[in-house]
Design a protein around this ligand. Structure first.
Ligand SMILES: Cc1cc2nc3c(=O)[nH]c(=O)nc-3n(C[C@H](O)[C@H](O)[C@H](O)COP(=O)(O)O)c2cc1C
Length: 143
């Protein structure tokens, strides 16, 4: 069975709502899904998954969250990521998605195959939650 990790950081729940929808979409596509906040994530287990979904709000001057999410993600920098599929998702207040475009560029530099991304303004709408589900399915289908 394909193994997916959904790893996210949230403070007010917007990114968590997206994470739940991504996980639902991935499960619906037949994957075994482990979903957790980055503070609970085990790096070894995450790196051994077939594909990963990362989620963060835009914080700290239009960047992914700096205290937990970025240090976790940066651990992948020195690994041979070999084109492993990932998707990125998150929520912003005013940067219109700049943080996720920058994040995508960084993860490509790390050797990941970024197969999709979704950035929403504040709380996701029902339609955006559907898009997040599709992102989960896309991730599984790209393994
Ligand atoms: C302390 C703080 C810093 C923030 N910094 C930014 C920022 O630099 N750029 C931006 O677009 N939004 C910023 N936001 C808005 C959050 O990205 C937005 O509210 C997001 O939906 C929060 O996600 P969450 O509900 O999962 O925590 C900030 C919010 C807070 C409270």
């Amino acid at each position: 069975m394909k193994k997916i990790s959904v790893i996210y950081w949230t403070q007010w729940g917007n990114v968590e709502a997206l994470a739940d929808a991504v996980a639902k979409g991935a499960k619906g596509a037949g994957a075994e899904v482990n979903i957790e906040q980055v503070s609970d994530a085990n790096f070894r287990e995450v790196k051994d998954c077939d594909a990963i979904a990362f989620g963060s709000p835009s914080m700290d001057n239009n960047q992914i969250e700096q205290q937990e999410m970025e240090p976790f993600v940066d651990k992948f920098k020195l690994l041979p990521n070999d084109g492993k599929p990932i998707v990125l998702f998150g929520s912003y207040g005013w940067d219109e998605g700049k943080f996720i475009r920058d994040w995508e560029a960084k993860m490509k530099d790390f050797g990941f195959n970024v197969v999709g991304k979704l950035a929403v303004k504040e709380t996701p709408t029902e339609q955006q939650l559907e898009e997040a589900k599709k992102l989960g399915k896309l991730l599984v289908d790209s393994i």
